[in-house]
Design a protein around this ligand. Structure first.
Ligand code: F0G
Length: 361
């Protein structure tokens, strides 16, 4: 316990200790999360008409932004004497909880909608030896059950983002964005599912400003998938549906935080279609070389939509790419495939290189 990483990334607790709730050194469960790159996106900038940067959270240890909150939640759970943790998840929370529980040396139970989490995320849970419980219900039902389990069973910590420690850890991404740019961006675009992350970013930007480190805070631009957009329509979705399985959520737990972020920052929360999400995922991968999962492309999809409608933000804009593309191989394989093999000869190779393959769809 309290094992340090040596060199390189220190992890968000050691880096931002003064900004976080108290955590004794010996309870820290870290994998060197945070310090993710802020990558310039010149081609997409041109399309959007702003200077776009990508905060690539897929570069965290379990390949999503969840690691920032999970290091704080698990460390605090250990400090409080928990023997296990439980969470509901569309996949990434499960993967992060599994890894950080293994690191912390406590048991982990993840409750997921049966057959609805991306392959890479399920594999991560299995690899870390956590207990995966598939329910015949959606994420919202899984969250209700996980909350009840944590309340009824002793010494089991709920590590969903309704746990304030998760929000505390996740807000560190705002600090990094401000540090990398030298000031806050003019706008920040990100996907919204259960709404913990937009709540956390806004908290971070406000704290940065309150500490006198900046005069301003960015406009928060949240984007939900059209088939799972309760914050846009004002109505919960009983059967949310979208290709972006990470944000297939019908009743966001942090609704208030998301709406406050939108109102206080003069921002917006709108929806994008699955087709727009997949087009943005492809543009990021083909044109910028950055491979994120579908949900993570919702921010860029939203910015492209605003640009088409003449409403794009100006100045410096950051889009948060919340998770790595390798998490969800099926989404790519459902649209394209490997070509048939050719004979191992130079002639066949040249012939194949000359052939202009239509993008396999
Ligand atoms: N992007 C990805 C890749 C996610 O996994 C999630 C949430 C979000 C965006 C939305 O963040 O919920 O804070 O608004 N995933 C959760 C999970 C629900 O269980 O992994 P949010």
């Amino acid at each position: 316990m309290g094992v340090r990483t040596v060199g390189g990334r220190r992890g968000v607790i050691r880096k931002y200790r003064d900004w976080l709730p108290e955590i004794p050194e010996e309870a820290i469960a870290s994998l060197g999360e945070g310090d993710t790159p802020l990558i310039e996106a010149p081609r997409l900038s041109e399309k959007i008409g702003a200077s776009l940067y990508l905060k690539f959270e897929g570069m965290n240890p379990t390949a999503s932004f969840k690691d920032r909150g999970m290091t704080v939640a698990l460390s605090r759970a250990v400090a409080a004497g928990s023997r296990a943790c439980v969470c509901a998840s569309t996949g990434n929370t499960a993967a992060a909880a599994s890894a950080y529980s293994a690191r912390a040396g406590i048991s982990c139970f993840v409750v997921v909608p049966a057959g609805k989490i991306a392959l890479g995320k399920a594999v991560q849970v299995l690899a870390h030896g956590a207990k995966i419980i598939q329910i015949e219900g959606n994420f919202d039902a899984a969250l209700r059950l996980s909350k009840t389990a944590a309340e009824e069973l002793g010494n089991v910590s709920l590590v969903n983002s309704v746990n304030p420690d998760r929000i505390e850890g996740q807000k560190t991404a705002s600090f990094e964005v401000c540090e990398s740019l030298g000031c806050p961006p003019d706008a920040l675009a990100l996907p919204v599912g259960n709404a913990g992350n937009i709540t956390a970013y806004w908290k971070g930007f406000k704290e940065w400003r309150e500490a006198g480190l900046a005069q301003a805070a960015p406009r928060m631009l949240g984007f939900q998938a059209e088939g799972a957009s309760p914050l846009v329509t004002g109505q919960d979705f009983e059967s949310p549906e979208t290709v972006a399985s990470a944000i297939r959520i019908g009743a966001p737990a942090s609704r208030e935080g998301a709406l406050a972020a939108m109102h206080e920052s003069g921002g917006l929360i709108e929806s994008v279609t699955d087709a727009e999400i997949l087009a943005a995922q492809e543009a990021l991968a083909h044109e910028e070389g950055v491979f994120c999962e579908p949900a993570s492309a919702a921010g860029v999809a939203g910015l492209l939509k605003l640009a088409r409608e003449g409403r794009a933000p100006e100045g410096v804009v950051v889009s948060v790419l919340t998770g790595h593309g390798l998490k969800d191989p099926d989404v790519i394989l459902s649209r394209t495939r490997l070509p048939d093999p050719i004979p191992a000869t130079f002639e066949a190779l040249v012939e194949s290189m000359r052939r202009v393959e239509p993008a396999a769809r």
